[in-house]
Design a protein around this ligand. Structure first.
Ligand SMILES: [Zn+2]
Length: 104
């Protein structure tokens, strides 16, 4: 839990997000993570926090923070361009595969 909070605060700073993002680790059935634009609460799946590596958790948090940064819930060209600043398309793809493998 603390290591996740550490990653989150580091990324908020690094990504230039001028908002306070709160973290909640909760059981989730359908998702790995979610972020409310309204409350700025980042919810992380409890199982994900348990089984994923630091780098995988970092990837998930980057993904969620990009949504907050661009104020868009879609994964269109704006999202992908922003993601490329942190992970190459190939790298992001490999993370997605690994997340599915570990969480399904
Ligand atoms: Zn997303």
């Amino acid at each position: 839990m603390e290591r996740v909070r550490e990653i989150l605060y580091e990324l908020v700073r690094e990504m230039g997000i001028n908002e306070t993002v709160k973290l909640r680790v909760v059981p989730m059935k359908q998702k790995v993570a979610s972020l409310s634009f309204k409350t700025k609460v980042l919810r992380l799946n409890k199982k994900a926090v348990k089984v994923l590596s630091r780098n995988e958790l970092r990837y998930i948090i980057v993904h969620e923070l990009i949504h907050l940064k661009i104020k868009d819930t879609n994964h269109g060209s704006l999202f992908l361009r922003e993601m490329e600043k942190y992970y190459s398309f190939e790298k992001a793809y490999n993370f997605e595969i690994e997340l599915i493998r570990k969480l399904l």
